[in-house]
Design a protein around this ligand. Structure first.
Ligand code: AMP
Length: 127
């Protein structure tokens, strides 16, 4: 079954400039902006500019340039936020929710970068 990308999702609208975002940084193939409902003192979303639904979709179908750019953008976000454990930062959690079991709300790949407090256990039970 092929991936189906919905061009009307909210991140596609941000990428087209139809709705605003609080941008942290932008690269050739990626965009990073602050989450509108932060779950930690700092909550940044990193997205590719291309039409990819999930991490696996991106990993399997993006170009080498897009993949390299996206990984580098995540590194740049960590650096900009000063959260790299190897550089004296207190660390972070990177999460990408996919599909129904992953409880993905927006069907455009995004990696959440959460930081600014201890984030507790990795996975909770459903409410
Ligand atoms: P997920 O459940 O992984 O799909 O997460 C989607 C995230 O997108 C949530 O954390 C939302 O708060 C966030 N979000 C939704 N709309 C916007 C928006 N317009 N700007 C920034 N973040 C948003």
């Amino acid at each position: 079954m092929a991936y189906t990308y919905d061009p009307n999702n909210i991140f596609a609208k941000i990428l087209r400039g139809e709705i605003p975002c609080n941008k942290l940084l932008e690269t050739e193939h990626s965009l990073a902006f602050h989450d509108i409902r932060p779950q930690a003192p700092s909550h940044v979303l990193v997205i590719p500019k291309g039409p990819y639904v999930t991490f696996d979709h991106f990993a399997l179908e993006a170009s080498d340039a897009e993949r390299a750019d996206f990984v580098a953008a995540i590194g740049q976000v960590c650096k900009a936020l000063g959260i790299q454990p190897g550089e004296g930062g207190r660390g972070y959690r990177a999460i990408s929710n996919a599909g129904d079991d992953g409880v993905q709300e927006v069907p455009h790949l995004h990696v959440h970068i959460l930081s600014g407090r201890s984030l507790g256990r990795m996975v909770g039970r459903p409410d």
